[in-house]
Design a protein around this ligand. Structure first.
Ligand code: ZN
Length: 419
């Protein structure tokens, strides 16, 4: 199906890119690329495992302050943010990168450069977004670009793993009423556009029965491990729709120990992860799993005629599901921008990104990438791997595109907002 970009969006882009100050900013961004890369390398060496982002937060706050943002804050949740004030009367736009990486402290020894690639754990995800934010600010400042709406730059903690978008969740809890648009930068390719929120639940289930000797208590008690295994077998048979995209995975199973190698396990713990682009589907699946677990416990009790196995569920992490408007002005603007830069625009199917918490609050939100991949070229993803790389050729175009999408949304005194 042909994707339509409205004349209004095209006009906004034309008007904006014809502005003298914007042209100057674009030019500056191109010439400033070496500084982006140097800063990216510097930041990569400031390690920031999820829940341990303090050093990077200090660094970002200092840079935001140097670059003239107002009210630079490291808040109680370790979210770093500051505002580049607009002239007034335009939408407030948040540009975000997350500070945390998936690697434990001590993983990053150096950043290697080979050809058009940098190599280091975390060099792309999502350190390159932070470098883009700083590059955008330098360019906007150097050219004296004024916006109508405020631009809020954020550097958020706890995006990855069990952090589960926690920094942006907290920021949006506190600030969603002030925010009109969110552009999160956290994808591989600049031209990959995430406009949906894949909901996610990571759940721990504890089955509790009685401990007992394998032989001495045989036939006298139920076994929590049996109940959990029955539950997992039932869960494995569940069916989920392809659309809305939904998945489930039992990812952990712990029971017994070597000391009790000849014992009936009193406690068994399983963990599962479920995801869906629909909140209803996610809830339905979670209910189905609960039904499987209850049936499994009932069957285990019926088998032995003894002891109920009880179970409890603990949510380790959750993220909301939802969808932005693929035909909305923000998506259209980003699509158009990709075409102008001759990089193939591609809307992703779902995504668990910081944009999810904008979408959850009904705010036009997308997540875009941080590597410039021209039409016809393909690069694989190495995010979350020790050999993570970052394609840095024409990185300045990422800075330019990040700046342009933000300006199209805030508007300028000469060019009205396209939001
Ligand atoms: Zn990321």
């Amino acid at each position: 199906m042909e994707y339509k970009v409205s004349d209004e969006i095209k006009k906004t882009y034309l008007s904006l890119s014809a502005q003298d100050d914007v042209q100057k900013a674009l030019q500056f961004a191109e010439e400033d690329e070496k500084n982006d890369i140097d800063q990216l390398i510097e930041m990569t060496l400031i390690e920031a495992p999820t829940f341990h982002e303090h050093k990077r937060a200090q660094y970002m706050a200092a840079r935001f302050t140097e670059l003239g943002l107002e009210n630079v804050t490291i808040d109680k949740n370790l979210v770093v943010y500051g505002t580049r004030k607009g002239t007034g009367g335009g939408p407030t736009v948040v540009v975000d990168g997350h500070m945390d990486t998936v690697f434990p402290e001590g993983t990053v020894k150096e950043v290697k450069r080979e050809g058009d690639y940098l190599y280091a754990p975390g060099v792309g995800d999502d350190t390159a977004a932070l470098a883009m934010e700083l590059g955008m600010l330098r360019a906007l400042n150097a050219a004296g670009v004024r916006t109508k709406g405020d631009l809020i730059f954020t550097a958020t903690p706890r995006e990855e793993g069990i952090g589960m978008l926690g920094g942006m969740r907290d920021f949006m809890n506190d600030h969603h009423e002030e925010v009109d648009c969110l552009v999160a930068i956290d994808g591989g390719r600049m031209n990959g556009i995430t406009y949906q929120a894949t909901g996610m639940r990571t759940v721990e289930v504890t089955f509790r029965g009685r401990d007992g000797h394998a032989a001495g208590m045989f036939g006298k008690i139920s076994n929590s491990l049996n109940a959990a295994a029955r539950a997992v077998a039932k869960i494995a048979e569940l069916r989920v729709p392809e659309d809305p995209w939904t998945i489930f995975c039992v990812s952990n199973f712990h029971a017994g120990n070597d000391a009790g190698i000849h014992a009936i396990a009193g406690t068994t713990v399983i963990k599962y992860n479920i995801r869906s682009n629909s909140e209803e589907e996610l809830a339905r699946l979670d209910d189905e799993i609960a039904r499987c677990i209850q049936e499994a416990c009932d069957e285990e009790q019926a088998r032995w005629g003894k002891d109920a196995i009880s179970w409890e569920r603990k949510y380790l992490a959750t993220a909301p599901a939802g969808s932005g408007d693929i035909n909305g002005n923000l998506c259209q603007a980003m699509y158009h921008l990709c075409e102008q830069y001759d990089t193939e625009p591609a809307f992703g199917n779902g995504g668990c990104t910081n944009a999810s918490y904008g979408i959850a609050h009904g705010i036009p939100s997308i997540c875009i990438g941080r590597q410039f991949v021209p039409r016809g070229m393909n690069i694989g993803s190495t995010a979350h791997q020790l050999n993570e790389n970052m394609y840095i050729k024409d990185y300045y175009k990422c800075v330019q595109m990040g700046m342009l999408i933000a300006l199209m949304m805030t508007g300028t005194p000469e060019t009205p907002s396209a939001l």
